[in-house]
Design a protein around this ligand. Structure first.
Ligand code: NAD
Ligand code: WQD
Length: 350
């Protein structure tokens, strides 16, 4: 019996593949590599010493997906595949709706056809929208503030409707807070295209000298130091959360949402200060205007995952920063081509 991992070559997917293989699962990955590199899966093999089967398939190609289900005895699916850049989703909403929603519809249709009803879905804390009371718990009313967030919200609703239609479905909706960190081996990590949108990869690229300085997006929030507070969660803690959710869906039915966060928030300035400590490098920053759509504070109430999945985050902020930094140092070019990259007067070799 195998576990199908869609988007398994991506940031969270590759770390989850490591945990699955280490726990003895057989893993089949489907990914069209639109935001990842096959090299990530070679590194997963290197870390685990185990085989991971890979199909370069787009979820929009339903026939190709069906063939994977024909060939393998899939027991459950962990569904990471999707586009995730908030800003891009505002300028290209149709691309996001088509890829994330149609891709998920195809997946669910094929699963139904082959009698596979266990699903773990990558949702996001973005479904809580503009809340002003923390911590966020699963019963809060949901809302989306951009097309990316709306795809997550819509997919959550689609999956609830699916269960109403067929009570065999067993679905975990995992709402991640802010995933950061990397595998401690330094072999896999987050590999953003171009200039990073998210805080942590931006900071590590400043720390290594690829980018000149970080813009702190607002210091007039009602937080201790005025900068935004987020619940950063180590990607390996997330990966373990997927294994716990997989166990859960294997002996229950229904649809349940779970927050995967630490339950504690750190400000942008605290993140910069911690990275300065961990890297030993200065991280220049400037305060600029707020980013539209950002909220002051977001952190999880992780009680439900603790009680129902027996999951609790283990890794602290220093682990997150050290592991992100090791990944950045060892792979200044991410999984990119071997060669030289130039940034200002600095040259990096991979
Ligand atoms: P990622 O971009 O690194 O991984 C997603 C993978 O899906 C990529 O390898 C990409 O090539 C693949 N993919 C996308 N569309 C596909 C399609 N149509 N067919 C086949 N493969 C496709 O992103 P990630 O950070 O690992 O995120 C994984 C999931 O978690 C996403 O669904 C994302 O929305 C969700 N999520 C991410 C974050 C975050 O901050 N990283 C937070 C909350 C939720
Ligand atoms: C974190 C903090 C920024 C960049 C996003 C998505 C969310 C989810 C996770 C997928 C905020 C500040 C950031 C910068 C900064 N993804 N910041 N300078 O916005 O909490 O969440 O990623 O589901 O949907 O919206 O994460 O890393 O962008 O920002 O000061 O250059 O860092 O204002 O307070 P965010 P982030």
């Amino acid at each position: 019996m195998e576990i199908l991992v869609t988007g398994g070559a991506g940031f969270i997917g590759s770390h989850t593949c490591v945990e699955l293989l280490n726990a003895g699962y057989e893993v089949v990955v489907v990914d069209n590599l639109m935001n990842s590199k096959q090299e990530a899966l070679d590194r997963v093999r290197e870390i685990t010493g185990k085989e991971v089967l890979f199909y370069n398939i787009d979820l929009l190609d339903k026939d190709a997906l069906s063939k994977v289900f024909l060939k393998h005895e899939i027991r459950a699916v962990i569904h990471f595949a999707g586009l995730k850049a908030v800003g891009e989703s505002v300028s290209l909403p149709l691309k996001y709706y088509h890829n994330n929603i149609t891709g998920t519809l195809n997946l669910c249709e094929v699963m139904e056809e082959f009698g596979v009803h266990q699903l773990v879905f990558s949702s996001s804390a973005t479904v809580y929208g503009l809340q002003d009371c923390v911590p966020f718990h699963e019963e809060l009313p949901l809302q989306a503030t951009n097309p990316y967030g709306r795809t997550k919200l819509m997919i959550e609703e689609i999956l609830r409707d699916l269960y109403v239609s067929n009570k065999k479905w067993s679905i975990a909706l995992l709402r991640y807070f802010n995933p950061v960190g990397a595998h401690p081996s330094g072999l896999i990590g987050e590999d953003p295209n171009g200039i990073p949108n998210n805080l942590v990869p931006y900071i590590t690229q400043v720390a290594i000298g690829k980018l000149a300085k970080i813009s702190v997006l607002g210091n007039d929030y009602s937080t201790d130091d005025g900068t935004g507070v987020r619940d950063y969660i180590h990607v390996l803690d997330l990966a373990v959360g997927h294994l716990k959710a997989l166990e859960k869906v294997s002996f229950t039915t229904g649809v349940e949402a779970y927050n995967l966060g630490t339950g504690r928030g750190y400000s942008v300035l605290e993140m910069i200060a911690t990275f300065e400590k961990v890297t030993g490098n200065s991280i220049p920053y400037e305060i600029v205007d707020r980013r539209p759509g950002d909220i002051a504070v977001s952190y999880a109430d992780p009680t439900k995952a603790k009680n129902n999945l027996n999951w609790i985050s283990q890794k602290g902020l220093i682990d997150m920063c050290e592991d992100s930094w090791r990944w950045q140092m060892n792979n200044p070019n991410g999984f990119g081509e071997v060669g030289l990259i130039k940034s200002g007067n600095k040259t990096f070799m991979k």
